[in-house]
Write a protein that binds this ligand. Structure first.
Ligand SMILES: C[S@@+](CC[C@H](N)C(=O)[O-])C[C@H]1O[C@@H](n2cnc3c(N)ncnc32)[C@H](O)[C@@H]1O
Length: 220
């Protein structure tokens, strides 16, 4: 086991999500392996998060690590989803009749500087260990002027930072991922933004900046 965890650059993690694509939504919908999980208040909070996404202004949005587009499909306006898993992208594209889903790397987005108004990301930021986190935030600042992060809420009895959280798939295979849980304030502080949602299961935060500030930072 490596002493420094990786997620976005980890080959095994990539293979895990590719394998998980067809069963991924069970986590949201409480089916399959999630049918027996005791998750009080989960369904109404999923609905609240979907409502939050639906209510966002319809600007040019890049959803980074879009997965199956479970959330992406509720974004209004011009929407592009990017994910490294071809199977995730296939499911996502079927849900985005007026949008585009493409295979790509969140840490090296193949889009021009400033080509989106917003980067949206769900349940991805909280998987990134420090180095990948910094690379991701740099990339976000290059391509957009707003970031919205939806992630997992800190809960009693759950270690807020897990180096190797075990994941089991329908075929019984076992996988491990780096994973963090947040309070709304913590997430907002990390991305230098404001809290949009602070629930029992989910948190959301938004940060914004100007391209001038990005250019000034690049000039030093
Ligand atoms: C927990 S899922 C989140 C999916 C979706 N955004 C959601 O909120 O349900 C994490 C996603 O990150 C994707 N991913 C992991 N590393 C990536 C990378 N380097 N570039 C793009 N996507 C990546 C995985 O394929 C997976 O779909």
């Amino acid at each position: 086991m490596s002493s420094s965890p990786a997620f976005a650059t980890d080959h095994a993690t990539g293979a895990y999500y590719e394998q998980r694509a067809a069963e991924y939504d069970d986590w949201y919908t409480g089916r399959g392996l999630y049918a027996d999980r005791d998750r009080p208040g989960w369904d109404p909070e999923v609905d609240e998060i979907v409502g939050l996404v639906r209510g966002l202004p319809g600007v040019r949005t890049l959803d980074v690590a879009c997965g199956t587009a479970f959330l992406t499909r509720h974004l209004r306006g011009y929407v592009v989803g990017v994910d490294q898993s071809a199977s995730m992208v296939g499911i996502a594209q079927a849900r985005l009749p007026d949008g585009l889903a493409i295979v790509g790397d969140a840490l090296h987005l193949a889009v021009a500087d400033g080509s989106f108004d917003r980067v949206f990301t769900g349940h991805f930021y909280g998987h990134l260990p420090p180095g990948e986190r910094a690379a991701f935030l740099n990339e976000v600042r290059r391509v957009a002027v707003e970031l919205i992060v939806i992630d997992a809420a800190r809960r009693p009895g759950v270690d807020p930072e897990q180096q190797r959280q075990e994941r089991i798939l329908n075929d019984g295979s076992r996988h491990h991922v780096y994973k963090r849980y947040f309070s709304g304030d913590q997430l907002a502080q990390e991305i230098a933004g404001e809290v949009l949602f602070d629930g029992d299961w989910f948190v959301a935060a938004k940060a914004s900046w100007t391209q001038d500030s990005v250019a000034a930072a690049a000039r030093g």
